[in-house]
Design a protein around this ligand. Structure first.
Ligand code: COA
Length: 484
């Protein structure tokens, strides 16, 4: 992997943080702290605006170094985002084995799986046995040289490694220790958790699917990747706070909490239930009474604008020949004209949103008679010409081949030395002055020597000793005796 040379002083942001702390301490004796905008207006605390062209002044998180102790999906998705933003992400893996996903769902024999490669781009890999005394020593040195430690081990694992918060803080008081766990403090805090467990415990599964069917989990990984995203936000916030306080902190995102945050509209509806039926749910129009808890709402829109998934031309053979159709009130007239029901514009049973609510099933069935005569892309083109919000159901095949997603860098093809070319999802966040260049994932231990030498300052002799100790590579298997 073409990585940038990172032979910098440890914890590069520390100088500016010290200055900032001194300044903020002086300020706090005088006046209440000013807003960032106010300080930017004339304070020397912020550098002068760069004269470099946009996109040429480095990346947002340049100078931030991450000890990436993550595995599987929830943690790696967080650190990959930080690496996309420019952080130097050093992934610590178990010698000989690495992140378990390297070998899971393998599609190319002997090569890292897509499961791994698509979650670990732009990182460097070092192998360290955290249970080996020398390995622990290297980890301690790494802690001194990093700004953030990110982990998503099972509860208590980091402590069992000897890497307690107290120990880390003693080594590096500026260190931010960020963790994903399945649950926050409480009855389930010691449980191990995977994606679908979090979807179930966070309220998503109970509110997804059809009323008549069982709870459903979604394909979008809201438990793992969703929590990773939340954690990344926590880390960046902690880095910002550290500029003022000069000290690190612990950042925790429980997967249950992350999912609930994404399902907050359903907690909204739970409370609305006390005051009467949820009139925008199609169940209301169908005369089905509500129970004690928010029900599954099928493809109801979940907002104030009724919507549903409708068949399009070809639906009989193509499982994705569907469109989402939203009957937004201001363009109701346009919808009526389009589907050949101009009389609905003035008919009191259809003319107003409240009048339409009990008739949504019939209304969508009528609109579907029209959408079935068009492909999902024709529906998109025609409806958008009238400002009617619709969404074609795009298959992963269509998304992988979509030119505009390639053009924006949302879908990126990268080359890998053992598996060849593969597609990955680039940075979904686009910034005008921090341009992401997506790089392939590292091979297991690809950067071990580079990091030991250039980041941690070990000499060649010391590196040789470390190698011989078995702390960074599994002990060599004795050669088999040749058959007589
Ligand atoms: N060297 C030596 N040992 C290492 C190591 C290294 N570099 N890296 C990890 N290990 C060891 C740990 O010390 C631990 O051993 P221990 O149990 O003897 O203390 C073990 O590997 C990892 O344990 P754990 O994290 O519990 O892995 P698991 O495979 O049993 O469980 C999860 C996997 C995901 C269920 C669990 O990690 C978890 O609940 N994580 C938090 C929630 C989460 O992120 N879930 C989503 C995953 S996508």
């Amino acid at each position: 992997m073409a990585t940038k040379k990172t032979n910098r002083k440890p914890a590069a942001a520390s100088k500016s943080a010290k200055k900032s702390v001194k300044k903020s301490a002086q300020k706090s004796r005088k006046k209440p702290a000013k807003s960032v905008a106010a300080r930017a207006a004339g304070s020397p605390a912020l550098p002068r605006p760069s004269a470099k062209p946009w996109g040429k002044a480095g990346r947002a998180l340049d100078g931030v170094r991450i000890l990436d102790f993550t595995h599987v999906q929830a943690g790696p998705t967080c650190t990959q985002l930080l690496a996309y933003m420019g952080a130097d992400c050093i992934k610590v893996e178990r010698p000989g084995a690495g992140d378990i996903t390297r070998g899971q769902l393998r599609d190319v024999k002997g090569a890292d799986s897509l499961y791994f490669t698509m979650l670990n781009g732009n990182k460097r890999s070092i192998t360290i046995d955290s249970k080996h005394p020398k390995g622990r020593e290297i980890l301690d040195r790494l802690i001194k040289h990093c700004d953030v430690l990110v982990e998503n081990f099972g509860p208590g694992t980091l402590d069992r490694m000897g890497l307690t918060w107290e120990h880390i803080r003693k080594l590096n008081p500026r260190m931010i220790v960020a963790s994903v766990k399945g649950f926050g403090p409480g009855p389930y805090e010691d449980c191990k958790v995977y994606e679908n467990v979090a979807q179930c415990a966070g309220g998503a599964a109970s509110t997804t699917g059809f009323r008549e069917g069982p709870p459903l989990v979604t394909g979008a990984q809201i438990g793992d990747s969703g929590t990773g995203l939340h954690l990344a936000f926590g880390i960046v916030s902690a880095l910002y706070q550290r500029l003022r306080t000069g000290r690190g902190q612990r950042v925790l995102c429980a997967m249950q909490d992350g999912v609930l945050n994404l399902a907050r509209v359903k907690l909204r509806d739970q409370q609305r239930l006390k005051h009467g039926p949820l009139t925008e749910y199609s169940q209301h129009g169908e005369g089905v009474p509500f129970g004690q808890a928010v029900p599954r709402a099928g493809n109801d829109s979940g907002g104030g604008q009724p919507g549903w998934i409708l068949k399009c031309k070809g639906w009989e053979t193509d499982p994705d020949a569907y469109t989402y159709f939203i009957t937004q009130a201001p363009i109701w007239g346009a919808i009526c004209d389009l589907i050949g029901k101009p009389d609905w514009k003035t008919d009191p049973d259809y003319a107003t949103p409240p009048a339409r609510l009990p008739r949504l099933k019939h209304i969508f069935a009528t609109i579907e008679e029209w959408t079935k005569t068009k492909t999902k892309f024709e529906v998109m083109e025609i409806c958008n010409g009238h400002d009617i919000p619709v969404g074609p159901i795009l298959s992963m095949k269509e998304i992988a081949e979509e030119k505009s997603l390639r053009d924006t860098g949302t879908v990126v093809e990268v080359d890998h030395p053992t598996r060849g070319k593969y597609l990955t999802v680039g940075n979904p966040v686009k910034m005008s002055d921090s341009i992401t260049e997506v790089k392939r994932s590292p091979l297991l231990g690809e950067h071990t020597e580079e990091i030991l030498g250039k980041v941690l300052g070990y000499t060649a002799k010391e590196i040789a000793e470390i190698k011989a100790s078995g702390a960074i590579a599994p002990p060599e298997k004795p050669a088999k005796a040749e058959a007589a």
